[in-house]
Design a protein around this ligand. Structure first.
Ligand code: SF4
Ligand code: SF4
Length: 456
């Protein structure tokens, strides 16, 4: 019989561990431990305002965890900034998250129980990711859709639906934030034909819900949302909670209006192509994507301006059409995604028509803006890279009148006044080199008697 091997006891007894992982303490989420600390006794210099610590209870309903992934990529501020209380005036956030928390099982759920029972000594916010299933549909067959933790009912351990946690935690929360389109508007789980009766946080809590701070549900949509949109909103709400900032501006649907007021189209990197009526025909083309299915002109989203992560990426920036993922009508009202929207036919026809006039005029102007004035005088472009066509007499005449219009009723460039020609005893060119009245270029600046100007 093989000899039984016993592993030696870990040299890291509990006290040692506590000591050794002291620095990581900021990233764990034990509400018990936080309550034993005097809030804010550490980092007192960085923290301002009366609230030093805020607990954030993350709940995940019918979600893919994409919102969590997106938020971990946020940079302004980053999750780490919030967790370690790096931002002056913003309370340190203690995050209780089913995926990222160090605690698990009963120790993890205990944090939620403390908040639901009103035993925390600091404010808390609730963050809901994913849509909320109609649990009564599942309970008809003795099942459940989404749960976290268990409780004993009639002698039996039963999963606690995440919607039940929302119901318990929402009334005492300083704010309830719905993150991602599933939580804000139902999203993909609430699409036509779903069996779960999926709904948004707003649908679940109802119109009359307000948090302990008096705020209705705050909605940061996107599938997935831009992580920075979320952390920036949390940051603004926490500043408000601390009395150090105004209530951030939210629109009538609870979206941060500074982020979701404008349409994708208004901020799109391809907007110039649309305006000139030049459209992509295939994925991978660089022009406006409206004719291959982009809904950007009617979608409120800031991804083209902000990028997906750290100002990089974002749908049109990387070649994707907008399918309206931030909008309450997503996905059904934007399907099928591969077909152009009916409205775009009208607007793209209009911009194609106006573009066909405007484009040649712009190219003509561009041809002259691409030339040094000296090249016009020499009738030659000294480039070794290739031959540049002469604009020809008709274009030159057109441009002559264009410049007349450009400088009509304004100062033309150059020293055009007599008192400017002889300042400080030096003769300076009164017009551009080579033009009538200007000294030859090689003569440069020469001492000369100053001519009195109007100020002399
Ligand atoms: S790609 Fe979409 S958002 Fe961008 S300009 Fe075209 S229609 Fe507008
Ligand atoms: S551009 Fe459209 S598809 Fe892309 S994130 Fe914004 S709303 Fe969603």
């Amino acid at each position: 019989m093989a000899e039984q091997v016993t592993t030696p006891a870990s040299p890291l007894i509990e006290a040692d561990v506590e000591e050794r992982v002291g620095a990581v303490d900021w990233l764990t989420s034990s509400a018990d431990r936080e309550m034993k600390k005097a809030p804010g006794e550490e980092r007192a210099g960085a923290l301002l305002g009366p609230v030093k610590v805020v607990h954030a209870y993350w709940l995940a309903g019918m979600s893919c965890d994409g919102c969590t992934v997106a938020v971990t990529g946020a940079t302004a501020p980053s999750v780490e900034d919030l967790l370690i209380g790096r931002i002056p005036g913003v309370p340190r956030v203690v995050l209780h998250h089913p995926v990222t928390s160090v605690e698990s099982g009963e120790a993890f759920m205990h944090n939620y129980e403390l908040a639901a029972e009103g035993k925390l000594n600091t404010p808390y916010v609730v963050i809901y990711e994913g849509s909320i299933a109609n649990e009564s549909l599942a309970s008809e067959t003795g099942g459940y859709w989404c749960g976290m933790g268990v409780e004993t009912v009639d002698g039996q351990n039963k999963p606690i639906p995440t919607s039940a946690w929302l119901k318990r935690l929402a009334p005492g929360a300083a704010a309830v934030l719905a993150i991602g389109t599933c939580a804000t508007w139902g999203g993909i789980p609430a699409a036509y034909g779903n069996p779960t009766g999926a709904m948004s946080v707003m649908d679940f809590l109802g119109q009359d819900y307000v948090s302990a701070l008096g705020l209705p549900v705050i909605n940061v949509p996107g599938c997935s949302p831009i992580g920075d949109n979320f952390t920036e909103t949390v940051n603004a709400v926490l500043l408000f909670l601390n009395g150090l900032g105004p209530l951030p501006e939210f629109d009538e649907l609870g979206r941060p209006s500074w982020l979701f007021k404008d349409t994708v189209h208004q901020q799109c990197v391809r907007g110039g192509f649309y305006e000139e009526g030049i459209f992509a025909h295939h994925y991978g083309d660089k022009e406006c994507l409206v004719e291959i299915g982009c809904w950007g002109p009617v979608v409120q989203c800031n991804i083209t301006k902000r990028g997906a992560i750290n100002h990089y990426g974002g749908c049109m920036n990387t070649g994707g059409v907008c399918i309206g993922c931030t909008m309450p009508g997503f996905p059904d009202r934007f399907a099928p995604f591969y077909k152009r929207s009916p409205g775009s036919t009208v607007s793209s026809t209009a911009s194609r028509t106006t573009g066909s006039f405007i484009r040649p005029l712009r190219r003509l102007t561009m041809q002259f803006q691409n030339r040094e004035p000296l090249w016009d005088l020499k009738d030659q472009v000294p480039s070794g890279w290739g031959h540049i066509d002469d604009p020809g007499p008709l274009k030159k005449v057109t441009h002559f009148f264009y410049e007349k219009l450009q400088h009509f009723d304004t100062e033309t460039p150059g020293r055009t006044h007599s008192y400017e020609q002889y300042r400080d005893g030096y003769k300076a060119p009164g017009t551009r080199p080579g033009q009538t009245g200007a000294p030859p270029v090689h003569e440069g600046l020469q001492p000369h008697h100053p001519e009195p100007g109007p100020e002399d």
